[in-house]
Write a protein of this length. Sequence first.
Length: 418
Amino acid sequence: MRLFAFGINHKTAPVEIREQAAFAQDELSNALQDIKANGGADEATILSTCNRTELYCSVDQAQNNHIIDWFCDYHRFNTHDIEPYLYTHPDRNAAKHAFRVAAGLDSMVLGEPQILGQMKDAFARAHKAGATGKLLNRLFQQTFSVAKQVRTDTSIGASAVSVAYAAVSLAKQIFTDLSQETTLLVGAGDMIELCARHLKENGIGHIIVANRTLERAELLAEGFGAEAITLAEMSTRLSDADIIISSTASQLPILGKGAVEKALKRRKHRPMFMVDIAVPRDIEPEVGDLDDVYLYTVDDLKDVVQENLQSRQEAAKEAEKIIDLQVMQFMRWVKSLDAVPTIRALRDSSQAIREAEFKRAQARLARGEDPQKVIEHLARSLTNKLTHAPSAALRKAGHDADASLLEAARRLFNLNDD
């Protein structure tokens, strides 16, 4: 039994290949059963996200290529076509890869935490499907423990490394309790959706989505329990917003100094935090000259992101040290599994001798023999039979000058020179 991991990710394969290699969530259970039945895996877990598809398996060494063939057949890949994008990790490297993935060290955004939840979900599905056993259960338990230790002992996840996250992080610095604040999101593209997600995760009080077309605003707002308005309505709602994040495709500014001044008067000069992610800019630069306005552009945020990314890269070096140590501990446990059949055979043999001698002792007692003599005979007989095979092997080792076996016996039975 050995550990084997393989797959593709955002570093090795373009999106069109990753799409073909993905597993739909509702087909995972059947796929796991099929890989055990036809792929040669004793245990299996499938991790499938937008950025990666990976399989973690317990296999016999000869089954590595068989499992890859199963993967290609399942997705109707030509093996030669997929090979340039595929990576494989046996044993120690498989464990290290799992630990690095869970800690966010292999992610598109260094240190991002979402992948850990995705791995937990993947393992839970495999466990529920009966596709995991001793090896993968231990691997993923330790994987989650390592990820937690990396988060606790390093600052890998402490700094914002995306523009959207940086915007929300800055908002938290200005407004300590986001649950009391209202955010106006201008636009309805991917960046605004990501901002909405981060705001929601940080407990924002209320979100207003303003877009040129109301239908698109409503579609985005629905997913976050937000309010949708048109850009034409924005001037009347601007004073409600404590935080404004704008990202549209407009070629001209849509928020000018005059509109913001009017909003500030209605707000009685309560501060407004404004982030202009758009290029060209959505907010006139002169807005930044107003008192009680904190205006950041995409370039300002990129500087924050770059500084934080360097901080994460330093933390990643510490994380790698933690992972190397944990890999060593995991592989010690894996190697200990080789002794399990021998230990089981020894226990079974000893148990059989004990039961046979115990029955003989019971029979002698039933015939009325002296209990003291029966017990003495039982102890002597057990000792002789349990030491017979080792003694014979040691006599032969002495005859053959096999010093290594003699030394091993001393360690095994804890024998001193006396």
